[in-house]
Structures are given as C-alpha cells and as structure tokens.
Design a protein. Structure first.
Lengths: 177, 318
C-alpha cells in the first residue's frame, strides 16, 4: 500500500480545516490536545495541538492522506513527523487579512530552511470583498515567479481540486528536472 | 477593489515594494489619529505625496517651501483665473520669472520625498490603496524610484522589531537578487552601505559581515534590511536546528499525547514579542529553483512518479 502525504498549512484561520473538509472522502478528523487542569487551561494557548486529517482513496493500493497543520512556530516539531513521506504542501493564505502575511512568511521560511520541497500558495477567501488578489499576495509574500499562487475559495470543491492538481504538477516538474 | 490593512502588520516598505513590482497606479491613503497622508503612484513609480494638507495647489506648496511670496502666488492665480485659463500655474510662475522650471521640480520633489520619509516612522496606521485614483488636477507629478525611496526611508528606521521581521538572527545569509546590477542602477548608497554591499557573497552571514566591515550588528542589519526591502538582495539560507529533546517530545506527543507535559517557552509568543533570535529564517524557494529541493524530497518524487499520475487522475474524477 502506497500512502502519500500532503500537508495543508497556513496561519490561523487561513482555511485549512475547510480545505480538507471540502475534498476529503472521510469525515475530517480534527484533533486537539485538551487542557487537563486549571493551570493548563489557563495556559491553553501553549497546550493545544490542533490537527486536521482527511483521506482520499486513489486505488486499492494507493491512498492520499491530507494533514492540516498549524503553522505557528510552537508546532515546528510537527514537521519532523509530517515531513516523512510528504511530497509537497499547500500554503493557505487568508487573502482578506494582511496582518497574517507575516506569519505566512515565517511558515514558508521555516519549511524551506528545514526541508525544501514543492509547494503552492493558495490565496483563500477570494469570494470576500476585501480579498487581495493572488498577484498581490505574491508580491506581498515576495514569492518567486516559479511558485504558483492560486485563487481559492476553500468551500468550492473545484477550486480545491485545482490547488491539489497544481501542486501535483509542480511535484512532477521537480521529478522531471 | 481597495487594498486595506494596517502598517503594524504590513509595513510601508512592503507596500512600496508591492506597488513597484505590481506596476500599480492609484492612491495610497495612510491614516492615524490626527494624521493623514496620501501617496500617488503611476505604473509603480511614486509621483506625488502630501501629508495633512487640505490645499494641494502648487502655489501653496511653493509658498510653504519659501520659493515664492504670497503676493506672487496671488497674482499668478489671478492671471490663471482671468486671462490664462488653460495654462498650468507652474508655467505662469515661470513666465513671470518668479521661479525656474527646475526650481518647481526641486520643490515638489523635496515635498514628495520628505512626506514619504516621515511616513517610515509610522509603526502603525490604517492604509487603503485605491487603484486608478490620480493626483489632484493641478499637482506637479515627478516619478521617483521606489528603491531609492525605500533605501532612504529605511535609513531612518531605528527599531529592531521591524528589522527582525526579515532578519530574525545574525546567522542569516543574503545573496544578490537575480539581476542586482540592473536593479542597483538607480539606487544611491552611502559609503557604509557600499561597504556592506561589497561584502555580500551568499556565504558570509550577517555576523561575519559586521566583523569584516567593523560596523555594528544593528547597522549591518538595518542596511541589509534596506537592501532586502528594495529587492536588491534576498535571504539565502539560515540553519534551522531542532533540538533532540524537542524531537523526542514530538514523538512522545504523537504516541501518548496526555503523558507529555507542556514545556515552558513552547507557547505562542506574547503579543508584540519579537521573533526568537534563534528562530528559523530562509528563502522562499521555488521547486527546482536556485536553491533546489532537498535530496530527500526529490528522491521521494522520483520513486513515486507513477503514483502521482494516478493521484492526478483520481483527483480529476472527484
């Protein structure tokens, strides 16, 4: 059985859970490490690890796993686990929130420094009035031309499919070099 | 559609870079309590700027700059309103001999530059970019290179917090952007900036450059921050270390989450806390770009090409 892993990452509220929910064949599994006592509840921010997991059966012998992982620095250690067998990743950006661009930059910088791999950026929430366009997101994040910045409404299955397909094409392009 | 945000989250130099590279035309309005500025752009060039002025007229600008007297301004305006209705005020002033054409350009240029440089000290303030809005009808516009504006503006930055956004650690290594010579043509550098510029080799980190130039680490960071903001150089790579105890803890968390106690300092930084000095930093790489994909990732892809084709087919059918 081939298990292929793709990671969906991005800043808080960038749409990771919705993205996976839209495309996954199974009910998305969302995990959260619950605070167990008063002290940890008080420090809830430091004691919660939220992950989303979805799956697409490709064939009897191939399954695609989708992991939605927080991008904050405190979850750096998760990359150690997720990067095993990972082919590429989707970085989601909340196009309506320029205040999250800085965090997105840190996420991209982190995984590039940790283990560079193919990725695409999806400018989510394009259906909202104040969304920055993909080209503007590209400039704001200073992404090179080779990186695809794709429009996205994470509730729209066709657009989610498009993002995953574009990532797969980028992965193939790497393979063909 | 207007682009809106706050300078706290997306700095002025970031926005100027976006305008420059996006060849945008329009008006950027910056606002904070009791303070407002408007910058006008034409195809990515800064062409006009004004701050806290309800009067955009050229005559008032030249009067404020001490280039003409109030009487000269009033007379020129009178002529424009009575006998020379189709003539720009600037031309009337030149024909009257009150000021030269070059004098007008210098005064306007100075106003634009000083206005925008002052704005670099704003650490927060709402901004709104309205595409295709033109400068006031009578204003004299002068296209200015954004790279120079950024370099000069950054010279006036004196806080670590903004610089750390791009340069979180002295281990950062920078390299020249794709066409540094082309981009550097229009930029004026100070002697110290040249000293740093000449030391950039894609191998030495910032700490080494500071040692080699005998400049302070802050000065080197500020200078390199300016280069980055102006698009002259790019962050090449900084090492990311994951401590063995963190790796062990990660594994334990996956295997037995409740048994792992939280570690002090593993939390979200407090609001406004600068990035960790040991935090990660690196390039935003393209697949197969100059810095390349890691051998592990490339190897995984090679092995699984057939699988990838099947996934593509499967996703197309969803």
């Amino acid at each position: 059985m081939h298990t292929v892993k793709m990671v969906i990452t991005g800043a808080v509220n960038s749409g990771k859970s919705q993205f996976i929910r839209t495309i996954s064949e199974i009910e998305v599994v969302s995990t959260e490490r619950k605070a167990t006592d008063e002290e940890t509840r008080r420090l809830k921010k430091e004691t919660t690890v939220a992950m989303d997991f979805g799956r697409i059966a490709v064939a009897d012998d191939i399954v695609l796993h989708l992991f939605g992982t927080p991008g904050q620095k405190r979850f750096d250690f998760m990359w150690e686990i997720l990067s095993e067998g990972m082919l590429g990743l989707v970085v989601l950006v909340d196009s309506t929130r320029p205040d999250t661009f800085r965090e997105t930059l840190r996420i991209i910088d982190f995984f590039n420094a940790y283990r560079p791999m193919p990725y695409v950026v999806a400018a989510n929430k394009q259906d909202e009035d104040n969304a920055w366009k993909p080209d503007e997101v590209r400039l704001a994040l200073r992404l090179p031309r080779e990186i695809k910045v794709l429009p996205l409404v994470a509730k729209d299955r066709e657009q989610v499919k498009n993002v995953l397909l574009e990532l797969l094409y980028s992965i193939l392009a790497v393979a063909e070099e | 559609m207007a682009l809106v945000g706050n300078l706290r989250d997306f700095g002025l130099s970031d926005f100027l870079y976006l305008v420059d590279r996006g060849y945008k035309t329009g008006m950027l309005v910056l606002q904070r309590p009791g303070d407002q500025a408007r910058l006008f752009f034409q195809n990515g060039k800064l062409v006009y700027a004004i701050q806290n002025a309800t009067e955009d007229r050229l005559g008032d600008l030249l009067l404020r700059a001490g280039k003409i007297t109030a009487e000269q301004r009033d007379y020129a305006v009178h002529l424009q309103q009575t006998v020379a209705t189709n003539k720009p005020l600037g031309l009337i002033l030149v024909e009257l001999g009150y000021i030269t054409r070059e004098g007008i350009i210098r005064a306007v240029r100075s106003q634009i530059e000083e206005t925008v440089y002052r704005l670099f000290s704003w650490t927060e303030g709402d901004f709104r970019f309205e595409p295709d809005v033109k400068p006031p009808r009578e204003s004299v516009t002068i296209p200015l290179s954004i790279e120079n504006v950024i370099m000069e503006g950054v010279r006036r930055i004196d806080e670590w917090s903004r610089i750390r956004d791009r340069i979180p650690t002295l281990d950062v290594i920078v390299k020249f952007a794709d066409q540094p010579t082309e981009r550097a043509k229009g930029v004026n550098l100070t002697p110290d900036e040249w000293r740093v510029f000449a030391r950039i080799n894609g191998a030495d980190n910032i700490a080494a450059i500071a040692r080699l130039t005998s400049l302070s680490e802050f000065d080197v960071c500020r200078i390199i921050y300016g280069f980055i903001q102006a698009g002259l150089v790019e962050v090449a790579r900084a090492q990311v270390l994951i401590a063995p105890e963190v790796q062990a803890r990660a594994r334990a968390l996956v295997e037995e989450p409740d048994a792992v106690a939280p570690v002090p300092g593993d939390g979200v930084p407090a609001e406004g806390t600068p990035p960790s000095p040991t935090g990660p930093s690196g390039p935003r790489l393209a697949p197969g770009g100059a810095n390349g994909i890691s051998p592990e990732a490339r190897g995984a892809v090679q092995v699984r090409r057939g699988v990838i084709f099947r996934i593509i087919e499967r996703i197309r059918r969803i």
